[in-house]
Design a protein around this ligand. Structure first.
Ligand SMILES: Cc1cc2nc3c(=O)[nH]c(=O)nc-3n(C[C@H](O)[C@H](O)[C@H](O)COP(=O)(O)OP(=O)(O)OC[C@H]3O[C@@H](n4cnc5c(N)ncnc54)[C@H](O)[C@@H]3O)c2cc1C
Length: 570
């Protein structure tokens, strides 16, 4: 009977996903033959080695010590600075930066895997890299020649780190309320004044400079989001020759005490006439910031996968060692992993983790293509669904540990605390669902969702060609779930003139599509596995996960579809 293994490494999943899962080598295709899926799996393995030896040992230290504000500057926990230097020396920042920005330009599917690895080992640390990577994409797309020369190169090398500065005390979800101002100066620069809060890695002591990407409003700009412009504002000003000059007028006023990710400094920054440089066109700031936000939203899905995988790994390890209670139909002293309910918990976690990982690879690959509609459709789904499910996966890990899960000493509670923010930052799940429904479902009359359902139907037809009982069950379940998703989409479209009904159930609708997408990911795995002449233990394990996901998780699609049909209650 297949069991999630305590020593399971994501490398075998990545090798499978890169080389077999879609029926071709996606890395080879993305790089025009320059890199194969097995080369890419080796990159993931090297990243795991690095993460295990350098980042993971700091995960609990970061949680215990946390970032501190000392005399107006942030001090990070012991070891973070050394780890960051090792991280950039090993080239992990440059690896994922696009070639057009001077990076190695690894394909999106591989970047997804790397992001999972960093987040699994140390999510608080990984946020620094995640935001810097997002800013690199934004400046690559919208930065002037001068900004590219002066800032982009230093971000790509990892010498400097990047932040995104949107939130203000009166402007969280509603970016149209941003009040920070940018006033033009005679020398062509801008003077930025305002309060930004909750800025991740907004101040620290592990790199020589911090590049803030700031949304602000210029004089006479229109109200709302149409009046926002984007600026680069470095913590330390950069001279014409690229050397560092005086401190910019940006003060760290406070850092937040929070539930999790204690090693990640969450800063309140005061801009007091700070020097900034316009990125892109005036009043078009959201377009540039959106590049960063899109990258960060996909990044949240990878973060969800990473933290969930770490929680699964810890739970599987504990369950394989802890002996408690007589296990039904097993020898004396069988570990708790053999209790049917503990096995249920572990399979539940493992089947979700595989679904997230596979969807992450698909999203990474789709986003490499130019404006692929399926990629655009999946970004809010992946962000919303994976981060919400990560909360339940990390909670299940605590359940597997029993009382010891609730005790900080075991470290498993940290995953749950760290995971809780992911469905809030980078746009809450409600905001992902508004984006999904408003821009990507209603606007085209459901055409993109129907295109997705067509793809799932194609997979169902392939699964049916195998006589294997798991294949048959998977095809039946996916077919029923697709029917429910179709009728929920029709209900959504019928609400078009009743927006309160639409937005009262947009989160259940997103979760429904995410759950269905997870089933599709497993369905694709079933097809790839059953093409093998002889099934290995690993193949059997993949079939068990698909079967479990179909039995335990996919039925949520029906329940959620029924909820969607109800619209706003009351
Ligand atoms: C640890 C941490 C790190 C962060 N890092 C950054 C960062 O690096 N940069 C940055 O700029 N910000 C950052 N943030 C801010 C984060 O993005 C915001 O907290 C988030 O966008 C929500 O805004 P808010 O907190 O003001 O909540 P609110 O906007 O007040 O939302 C409260 C509730 O109302 C709901 N709501 C609000 N508007 C709508 C709507 N239109 N439709 C449906 N529901 C709605 C929300 O979904 C939520 O449930 C961070 C926050 C935290 C806690």
């Amino acid at each position: 009977m297949a069991q999630p293994r305590a020593d399971h490494s994501p490398v075998s999943d990545y090798l499978f996903l890169f080389t077999e899962w879609l029926g071709f080598d996606i890395v080879d295709r993305a790089t025009n033959g320059e890199m194969s899926g097995s080369d890419a799996a080796e990159v993931i393995a090297a990243a795991i080695d690095f993460a295990d030896s350098v980042l993971a040992p700091l995960q609990q230290i970061g949680d215990r010590e946390g970032a501190r504000l000392v005399d107006g500057s942030v001090r990070l926990p012991e070891g973070f600075s050394h780890a960051y230097q090792a991280f950039i020396d090993a080239g992990w920042v440059t690896a994922v930066a696009p070639a057009s920005a001077g990076g190695d330009g690894l394909p999106g599917a591989v970047c997804a895997g790397l992001s999972e690895v960093w987040n699994a080992s140390n999510a608080a640390f990984a946020l620094c890299w995640l935001l810097t990577s997002g800013q690199i994409h934004a400046l690559d797309a919208f930065g002037s020649k001068q900004l590219r020369e002066r800032y982009l190169a230093r971000l790509v090398s990892g010498d400097w780190t990047g932040t995104m500065d949107l939130t203000e005390p009166g402007a969280g979800t509603d970016l149209g309320s941003i009040r920070t101002t940018a006033t033009p100066m005679a020398d062509g620069t801008w003077s930025i004044t305002g309060e930004k809060i909750f800025i991740t890695w907004g101040d620290h002591d592990i790199a020589e400079n911090i590049v803030h990407l700031v949304l602000a409003r210029t004089p006479d700009a229109p109200d709302g989001t149409k009046g926002l412009s984007l600026f680069v504002a470095p913590r330390i000003l950069v001279n014409d020759d690229g050397s560092l000059g005086a401190r910019n007028r940006i003060t760290t006023v406070a850092i937040e005490k929070k539930l999790g990710i204690h090693g990640s400094p969450t800063c309140a920054l005061s801009y007091e006439g700070a020097t900034g440089y316009l990125v892109g066109d005036l009043n078009q700031g959201l377009a540039g910031m959106f590049v960063m936000m899109n990258s960060a939203r996909a990044g949240m899905g990878f973060q969800a996968t990473g933290i969930s995988d770490r929680a699964l790994h810890d739970a599987a390890q504990y369950a394989s060692q802890r002996i408690q209670g007589r296990v039904i139909e097993r020898a004396d002293n069988a570990p708790i992993a053999d209790h049917p309910d503990v096995r249920r918990l572990l399979l539940s976690m493992a089947s979700k983790v595989f679904a997230m990982r596979a969807l992450g690879v698909l999203v990474g690959d789709l986003l490499d293509g130019d404006g692929d509609v399926l990629g655009e459709l999946f970004v809010p789904i992946f962000k919303g669904w994976a981060t919400e499910d990560a909360i339940s996966v990390t909670s299940d890990a605590i359940q597997v540990f029993g009382g010891m899960g609730y005790i900080e000493e075991t470290g498993v509670a940290q995953h749950f605390r760290d995971a809780r923010i992911m469905s809030i930052y980078e746009g809450t799940t409600a905001i992902q669902s508004n984006d999904l429904v408003g821009r990507k479902v209603l606007r085209d009359g459901g055409a993109n969702v129907n295109a997705l359902l067509q793809r799932v139907a194609g997979t169902v037809a392939e699964i049916r060609s195998f006589g294997d009982p798991v294949a048959q069950r998977t095809a039946d379940r996916l077919e029923r779930a697709m029917g429910a998703a179709r009728s929920a989409t029709n209900n959504m479209l019928s609400f078009a003139t009743r927006p309160r009904d639409t937005y009262a159930v947009s989160v259940p609708y997103l979760m429904m599509l995410g759950t269905l997408a997870g089933g599709w990911m497993h369905g694709l795995a079933v097809v790839a596995v059953l093409k093998h002449e002889n099934l290995t233990a690993e193949d059997e394990g993949r079939l068990t996960l698909a079967d479990f996901y179909g039995a335990h998780h996919l039925p949520r699609v029906f329940a959620l579809a029924e909820t969607v049909a109800s619209g706003e209650v009351g």
